[in-house]
Design a protein around this ligand. Sequence first.
Ligand SMILES: [Zn+2]
Ligand SMILES: [Zn+2]
Length: 88
Amino acid sequence: MQPCHNCQSVIDEYLLDKQLDGLRDLTVDDFNVCADCATVVDDSCVECGGAVYVPRSASETPDFCPACRAELLADGRDPGWCRSPVSN
Ligand SMILES: [Zn+2]
Ligand SMILES: [Zn+2]
């Protein structure tokens, strides 16, 4: 069982699968956000043009879907949820 990256609670894969149904072939293993924290935004990912699944506490719509973010993380860099981190 993976904990949610956003709220640290245990992810209910059944609820999450229902929420992601009909979108990309994502599973909980792709991004590790629970159904309570995930919000779907269609056609917003700058990498793949797919739906973005947003932690609900995020105030802005992210540029990366969790799958692409996970790929970037695997590359050794953390893009955050947005392409341009607000750091200034
Ligand atoms: Zn959560
Ligand atoms: Zn993507």
